[in-house]
Write a protein that binds this ligand. Structure first.
Ligand SMILES: NC(=O)c1ccc[n+]([C@@H]2O[C@H](COP(=O)([O-])OP(=O)(O)OC[C@H]3O[C@@H](n4cnc5c(N)ncnc54)[C@H](OP(=O)(O)O)[C@@H]3O)[C@@H](O)[C@H]2O)c1
Length: 260
């Protein structure tokens, strides 16, 4: 039995689309026949044929506006918006190490790009009475690590709550809004982190991974998710096959979150 995702010909913007989860989402959407525009600050190391790359820093209002304008100029609107961009550059050391600049930096990386791009691109979705918006959050929003992720986790919590509010507002008009919350994902950056931990603690790569997994309280599945697995989930969620799903959070963490 075939399981056609019915995505062929749709138009999608993917932020953070050159590395990690975002690059996997771009590839998965292209494979499903979607026309894709991707954005990041620098050009991809491995560009995917047919994808239009728009260079911009979406942590700024100007950068987000440039990306939205590129979408509207090129297509006049968009059917799918996958807000992947995010991450943390805050130092460890708990609350005292976080000054205002670091707090705003986390919000500008994890909350405001989605807020600004949604606001700029929703009018065209509402005009066509259809669209899907995905916000890539994190399980950190319910599992903050006080030594190192307080501001990142709080910014992701804000993103998840914003996602819910937006879904209540626009789902009646045909636009589905969802969030996807990964646990640890084995991106290139995650591999580099595990290698660094391994070197610092005198173990091998697998040992480095085990130390990171222990810091999260353990992953029952015994491994991080692969970027491709997160991309597959997102590709299903943006497809008409998931047409009854809106306003929900989809956790992909191998069982890391310990509560119901
Ligand atoms: N990896 C994990 O374990 C994990 C776990 C839970 C949630 N997440 C979330 O999943 C999402 C993807 O994470 P990832 O680990 O796959 O990320 P990643 O590998 O670090 O890639 C980040 C992407 O975003 C782009 N980017 C970063 N800052 C940008 C900016 N200011 N403006 C425009 N583009 C920017 C990067 O390209 P440039 O550097 O060239 O700009 C790159 O394409 C994030 O929202 C993250 O918080 C990740």
């Amino acid at each position: 039995m075939s399981f056609d995702l019915q995505l062929r010909g749709q138009r999608a913007l993917v932020t953070g689309g050159t590395k990690g989860v975002g690059a996997a989402v771009v590839q998965a959407l292209v494979d499903a026949g979607v026309q894709v525009m991707a954005t990041a600050r620098s050009a991809p190391a491995h560009p995917i044929g047919g994808v239009l790359y728009v260079p911009a820093d979406v942590s700024t209002a100007e950068g987000a506006a440039e990306v939205a304008q590129a979408v509207l100029t090129h297509w006049g609107g968009v059917d799918i918006l996958v807000n992947v961009v995010g991450g943390s550059s805050a130092p460890g050391g708990g609350f005292a190490a976080l000054d205002d600049a670091q707090w705003f930096n986390e919000l500008n990386q994890n909350l405001m790009p989605a807020v600004r791009l949604d606001r700029a691109l929703l009018p065209a979705m509402l005009a066509q009475g259809a669209g899907v918006i995905v916000h890539v959050s994190s399980i950190q929003r319910v599992l903050p690590l006080p030594e190192s992720t307080t501001a990142y986790a709080a910014a992701k919590a804000a993103l998840s709550t914003y996602s819910k509010a937006l879904s209540k507002e626009v789902t009646p008009q045909g636009v589905r809004v969802l969030s996807v919350s990964p646990g640890w994902v084995e991106t290139e950056a995650a591999v580099a982190l595990a290698e660094r931990v391994a070197t610092q603690t005198g173990t091998d790569y697998e040992g480095g991974k085990q130390i990171i997994m222990q810091s999260l309280g353990g992953i029952p599945m015994g491994r991080p998710a692969r970027p491709q697995e997160v991309a597959d989930l997102i590709t299903f969620l943006v497809s008409p096959r998931a047409g009854a799903i809106s306003g929900s959070e989809h956790v992909i963490d191998g069982g890391t979150v310990p509560t119901v």
